[in-house]
Design a protein around this ligand. Structure first.
Ligand SMILES: *Cc1c(COP(=O)(O)O)cnc(C)c1O
Length: 432
């Protein structure tokens, strides 16, 4: 399979190049030149099919030109070694829980797959691969967990000093080994700017390979498309065309869902649920895409003012406003609506949503009401509520800390403090 810049102004490349370079010389993001269609037999055998088998069959066509099948099987088995259960909350409303991985957010899926693929591509090379990632919270820990202990790779996680939660900081700074946590005296945008400079710097490239691990990386999207097939397999309602509701930030998750659709998965509508950072909902309403500064909300992993995967999403849908809005419906919700939904659903069903999942729930509820659709809906639960115990106070009752989070709280932190300054980061990367 060949991979192409969505701007179509650059040479097609291999998956290895798409995954290590991230951005094509024409400035575009990489996508497969065309999506593989899965065979009819895959879909007829889907109900009840094993997650590991689904993962292998979906990933294989993307990788098979460059990665042997037994390695693809090994990677998919290791990535999906935790459950992704589908829980029914109401007659027609289900949630797909994506948060049972090591850092308790869905980003584990993409980060684990990407890390193993990069290590495979870097095998036999005598230079270390230095992976740089900027984080506003969840990405850094998932990427650190994904790469921890893997050979030939060092990971530098840049986080904004004092602007992530103490629990998130623990999840980034307690790995040791090949993971280096860097507290930057600046904002998330500063971290992102430094990370971008690091992966494109020529001096650094002379001595070792560098790569980015944020969500523009195609290797994070391929595995995320897998759980849409898995959801249909678990739903096991032949003939149903379920709607999927996704809590949106950088739009990686919903782009992966649209990739699954492009591979032949039959679904209802894709619901792009956002918090007050509503550039996508506004685009659907007005056909104008107006990026802006993000505002802070309690669903903070979705606080994105210029979602980096928007061009991919638009492309996948057909390239214009009308074709996008035929498959996708978007709506935005405030913090108080979010907390109200958490409270209401918990009282009615006993189920506790996290703020991100609650936004997706609200999107689905509103869509089912306005469209009068009788099809089932599945909303994605992207994080464990215990990660957001502070903002859920008053609506959640006592939240039990899961083992993964209890363990991390006991570990010792270690990180490097850095001024918001490129030369200091460059020195650090050169010398370590
Ligand atoms: C990153 C994140 C999101 C947003 O996902 P995108 O792929 O960036 O749209 C939603 N929920 C949680 C918990 C996240 O960490």
């Amino acid at each position: 399979m060949i991979y192409q810049s969505i701007n179509k102004g650059a040479e097609p490349v291999s998956l290895k190049k798409a995954v290590t370079e991230n951005i094509a010389p024409d400035g575009g993001l990489y996508m497969p030149a065309s999506l593989p269609r899965l065979p009819e037999s895959f879909f007829s055998e889907l109900p009840g099919k094993d997650l590991g088998e689904i993962a292998f069959e979906v990933a294989l066509p993307f990788l098979s030109d460059e990665v042997p099948a037994d390695v693809v099987r090994d990677i998919t088995q290791r990535v999906f070694d935790f459950p992704l259960p589908l829980v029914q909350l109401y007659d027609n409303i289900y949630t797909l829980e994506l948060f049972h991985g090591p850092t308790m957010a869905f980003k584990d899926v993409g980060a684990r797959f990407m890390s193993r693929l990069m290590v495979y591509f870097n095998r036999g090379s005598d230079s270390v691969l230095k992976v740089v990632v900027a984080t506003s919270g969840d990405t850094g820990s998932a990427v650190a967990a994904g790469f921890s202990g893997l050979p030939g790779v060092e990971v530098y996680v840049l986080f904004p000093k004092g602007r992530i939660s103490p629990l998130q900081q623990k999840q980034i700074t307690t790995w040791g080994g090949n993971i280096f946590a860097i507290s930057v005296n600046g904002s998330f945008d500063d971290c992102q700017r430094l990370a971008k400079k690091a992966i494109s710097d020529r001096d650094l490239k002379k001595t070792f390979s560098t790569a980015s691990a944020n969500s523009i990386n195609l290797a994070r999207l391929i595995p995320q498309s897998i759980y849409y097939f898995h959801a249909i397999s678990l739903l096991n309602r032949p003939g149903a065309l379920p709607h999927f509701s996704i809590p949106c930030g950088n739009l990686g998750n919903i782009t992966a869902g649209m990739m699954a659709r492009g591979m032949g998965l039959e679904t209802g509508r894709f619901i792009a649920a956002t918090n007050s950072n509503d550039v996508l909902a506004e685009y659907c309403r007005t056909a104008r895409y107006k990026p802006r500064e993000s505002v802070n909300t309690i669903s903070n992993a979705m606080d994105v003012g210029d979602p980096s995967n928007f061009p991919r999403l638009l492309r996948l849908a057909g390239g214009d406003h009308k074709s996008l809005c035929d498959v996708l419906w978007s709506s935005s919700f405030s913090d108080s609506q979010t907390l109200d939904a958490v409270d209401r659903v918990r009282k009615q069903t006993g189920y506790l949503m996290d703020p991100h999942g609650a936004i997706a729930y609200l999107g689905l509820e509103k869509y089912l009401r306005e469209s009068s659709s009788k099809e089932p809906g599945i909303f994605l639960e992207t994080a464990h509520p215990a990660k957001f115990a502070d903002s859920l106070q008053g609506v959640a009752g006592e939240i039990e800390m899961p083992r993964q989070l209890r363990d991390v709280i006991l570990r010792e932190e270690s990180y490097i403090s850095l001024e918001n300054d490129w030369e200091s980061l460059k020195d650090l990367l050169m010398c370590s």
